[in-house]
Design a protein around this ligand. Structure first.
Ligand code: AHG
Ligand code: MN
Ligand code: MN
Ligand code: MN
Length: 327
């Protein structure tokens, strides 16, 4: 019996998607193809990030995005790579990106809309700290063959068909959900494949890690300050990487809460609803966590603007509820 010989490669993302095909009511293979296109773009970005110190792609690009942030070269490179991969894949009618002021119309004959943060944690690129990509996938509302409309891209998080992130960390992982639980795939460089490494991820109900930028302590509202005091009294651990994807990913596995509240500099919070918060809120809820703006579920918020910001309280339900009790 030679089946025991050699290490099993495990389930690749492609195999996993094929096996799960039956879960999609309108399984036409388009969503599967779209997920593969995103994984491909992630592999390309991963390659470039791993060499960014060697190539002249570190540092600022010299332009400012609609957020008022100085775009990093890798912000722009990642944005271009994703748009190109999604265009070539053929499944996307429009893209909303942190790095594009307006909707990017791709192919009026396609069914899916992608909202993405091509590179999350840009301040960490040049200092070799983990960064990520965040994406949400929606079905378009307007008829195929017509120009994309605002209502196609300003859908509530509850309308997401799929969502996920790529974490370019000590290992590169793709974590996503289609509403049937959360699965994590680790990139195997010699094969160039994402292989299932964390199936059906379940997040702890409670935790003792809190992630918030305490440098803004004096501009937080009283309730947030009181919760921070509570965390210190409980002897919780403070962990803040400055990359939302990394902080979220750690808290999902270990238990914890990430908070980005409103400050005097960020009157509605800093994080963007459409391409950061909705995707992570979907993943959080699908793994047993919780995500609110301090009052409402993130995925119930009706987006009015592409780049709309929101407060974010996300992670272990017991911790999010406790934090909200101070607000
Ligand atoms: P981005 O790099 O995509 O603009 O997002 C950065 C976000 C998030 O990743 C991180 O947690 C947060 O900004 C850090 O903000 P502060 O430096 O204000 O704490
Ligand atoms: Mn940014
Ligand atoms: Mn971001
Ligand atoms: Mn970004």
């Amino acid at each position: 019996d030679n089946t025991a010989i050699g290490s099993t490669i495990g389930t690749t993302l492609d195999r996993f998607i094929k096996n799960k095909q039956s879960e999609f009511p309108f399984a036409t293979g388009e969503l599967s193809q779209l997920l593969r296109d995103i994984a491909l773009a992630g592999k390309i970005i991963n390659l470039e990030i791993s060499k960014s110190g060697l190539l002249d792609i570190a540092g600022a690009y010299g332009t400012t995005n609609i957020q008022g942030e100085a775009q990093q070269k890798l912000d722009v490179i990642a944005n271009v790579r994703f748009i190109r991969a999604l265009k070539n894949g053929g499944e996307v009618c429009a893209i909303v990106s942190e790095e594009d002021d307006e909707i990017v119309e791709i192919n009026v004959d396609s069914n899916y809309v992608v909202a993405m943060d091509p590179l999350d944690g840009s301040s960490n690129i040049d200092v070799n700290v983990s960064i990520g990509t965040i994406f949400s996938i929606y079905r378009r509302i307007s008829p195929v063959g017509t120009h994309v409309t605002k209502e196609d891209v300003l859908q509530k998080g509850d309308q997401q068909v799929a969502a996920g992130y790529i974490l370019y960390g000590s290992s590169t992982m793709l974590v996503y959900t289609t509403g049937h639980g959360v699965n994590g795939f680790t990139h195997e460089p010699s094969l160039g494949e994402f292989v299932l490494s964390h199936s059906d991820i379940k997040s702890p109900q409670d935790g003792n890690i809190y992630s918030i930028n305490e440098g803004s302590y004096y501009s937080f509202e009283p309730g947030v300050r009181k919760y921070i005091e509570y965390c210190k009294e409980q002897r919780y651990s403070a962990r803040y990487i400055g990359s939302l994807v990394s902080d979220f990913h750690r808290n999902m596995f270990k238990g914890g809460i990430y908070i980005y509240p409103r400050t005097d500099q960020a009157l509605n919070g800093k994080l963007r609803l459409v391409y950061e918060c909705n995707a992570l809120a979907f993943i959080a809820e699908q793994s047993g966590g919780m995500a609110t703006d301090g009052e409402r579920r993130i995925m119930e918020i009706d987006p009015l603007e592409l780049h709309q910001r929101t407060q974010l309280f996300i992670g272990s339900p017991t911790m999010v509820q406790k934090a909200q009790s101070f607000l």
